[in-house]
Write a protein that binds this ligand. Structure first.
Ligand SMILES: O=C(O)CCC(=O)C(=O)O
Ligand SMILES: [Fe+2]
Length: 454
């Protein structure tokens, strides 16, 4: 087992002061990371990567953002703090799937527009693997929808569901039988930068492709992304996580799956990135070429979770995310206003800074004084837009920190340890298909007019 640990960018900002550069071997360094959690300061900008050679598995652990001695939560790191990157498909399977996906997308023009019917808030340029969405099991779906891709993924093909659920089970300790698909789709990200061949003919003009996916949380507790495109076919890309944005990776070029930009980039096509869909994440911008991925949202049976914990967490995250959204919007409006004022040569109104903390410190005299806190001077009025800009930015950073603290805290309490989980109730049919006699369906499907069923 080989362990790397990454040091933070803001080593002197007070969060990391307990983590001086370590003279110890990297394995010991990672251990020290975790032991710091019970002490006073909590590093927020450090991540660790574990590599298990036999299975080519990389485990990237989110940095802790909160110190807690509360024994009621599951502690840090919980399985949900971990992102697993591992091989899932062989080279042949990956290129076969990529070809099938391309054929399907070309026939149906699936990658020429964003699909807001299926992903209302964060539409992706994709097509659903199971268009009918009648049942969670791919096995059953193969019978209903004989698309080539489905057949290839199904039990007579590469047994995709079984493989990805086993990988998720290893990573998060949830039984395979407790998982079901909420969604499985194939998405395409295309760089806006011309590669010389695309965007050249008329039909390309009408295409509404995407090159990134904004930060969001999925509807599922567990999610995954399988990279289908070879790495040399695009630039940029990868899955970006808010919690990694401040982490500095000293050796980006040494095959690290975590890049300095906060992005997880698998080492090659055919790898899957497994993560909790509740981590704030997005699709990192593809600057050139096309990145094709197979994305899945996986539901987890509630017996694996502390009652109410996911519901509360989702509510809390929702509140934080909406607040952040409005703040970002405010900042962009201020900038817009600023641009307009500049263009129209309007003399800007002067305003007093509400909170001088947001201005750079005055270090002219070698020490920081309250009076000299601002390089402009605390008493001097400065243009309103500049003030608003400073304040907005500061608010956003504060909000982000609060968001990361909540994310970390709530992630700890969602999954129950195995010994605390109840039995799976036996009267649930677990999503299995049953033989149904249409004449006797009235009792089963209240409110349905069976006459309409063909
Ligand atoms: O493209 C990725 O790696 C992430 C995709 C994603 O988060 C989503 O489709 O919900
Ligand atoms: Fe997502």
């Amino acid at each position: 087992m080989f362990v790397e640990a990454f040091h933070a960018r803001h080593v002197n900002n007070g969060w990391n002061t307990l983590l001086p550069p370590s003279p110890f071997p990297i394995l010991r360094r990672a251990n020290s990371l975790f032991s710091v959690i019970t002490t006073e300061a909590v590093p927020s900008t450090t991540a660790s990567i574990e590599y298990i050679e036999e299975s080519k598995l990389h485990i990237v652990t989110l940095p802790p953002f909160v110190r807690t001695d509360d024994q009621n939560d599951g502690g840090y790191p919980s399985p949900l703090h971990q992102i697993h990157i591992r091989p899932l498909l062989t080279d042949e399977e990956t290129s076969e799937l990529l070809q099938l996906a391309r054929n399907h997308a070309t026939e149906n023009q699936s990658w020429d527009r964003q699909d807001s019917s299926r992903h209302a808030s964060y539409p992706t340029v994709d097509f659903a693997i199971e268009e009918s969405r009648l049942h969670n099991s791919l096995c059953v779906l193969t019978l209903r929808c004989q698309s080539e891709i489905l057949q290839y993924l199904g039990p007579s093909g590469i047994r995709f569901e079984e493989r990805v659920f086993c990988a998720l089970s290893d990573a998060y300790g949830v039984d395979v039988e407790d998982m079901s698909f909420l969604d499985l789709f194939c998405a395409s990200y295309e760089g806006k930068e011309s590669d010389g061949k695309s965007k050249s003919n008329d039909s390309d003009e009408d295409r509404n492709t995407m090159d990134r996916l904004a930060f969001h949380r999925d509807g599922s507790l567990l999610s995954f992304t399988v990279l289908l495109s070879p790495l040399n076919e695009f630039e940029g890309g990868g899955t970006i996580f808010d919690a990694f944005l401040d982490v500095v990776v000293p050796y980006d070029d040494a095959g690290s799956v975590l890049l300095s930009s906060g992005v997880i980039q698998p080492p090659q096509a055919g790898y899957v990135t497994l993560h909790s869909g509740k981590l704030l994440h997005g699709g990192h911008v593809v600057s050139k070429g096309q990145r094709i991925v197979l994305v899945g949202f996986v539901d987890v049976h509630e017996r694996n979770m502390r009652p109410g914990a996911l519901h509360n967490a989702t509510k809390e995250w929702g509140r934080n995310d909406v607040r952040a959204f409005w703040n970002e919007r405010r900042l962009s409006l201020v900038k817009q206003q600023q641009r307009r004022q500049q263009q129209e040569d309007i003399v800007q109104p002067l305003w007093k800074l509400k909170n001088s903390r947001y201005l750079p410190k005055d270090t002219k005299e070698g020490h920081i004084t309250n009076e000299g806190r601002s390089c402009i001077g605390q008493k001097i009025a400065i243009p309103l837009n500049i003030v608003q800009n400073f304040e907005s930015r500061a608010d956003m950073e504060k909000m982000r920190r609060r968001r990361l603290i909540t994310e970390d805290k709530l992630l700890r309490g969602i999954l129950l340890p195995r010994h605390e989980r109840g039995e799976k109730s036996t009267d649930e049919d677990g999503g299995e298909w049953m033989e149904v006699d249409f004449d006797n369906m009235n009792g089963l499907m209240l409110g349905w007019n069976t006459e309409k069923v063909e």
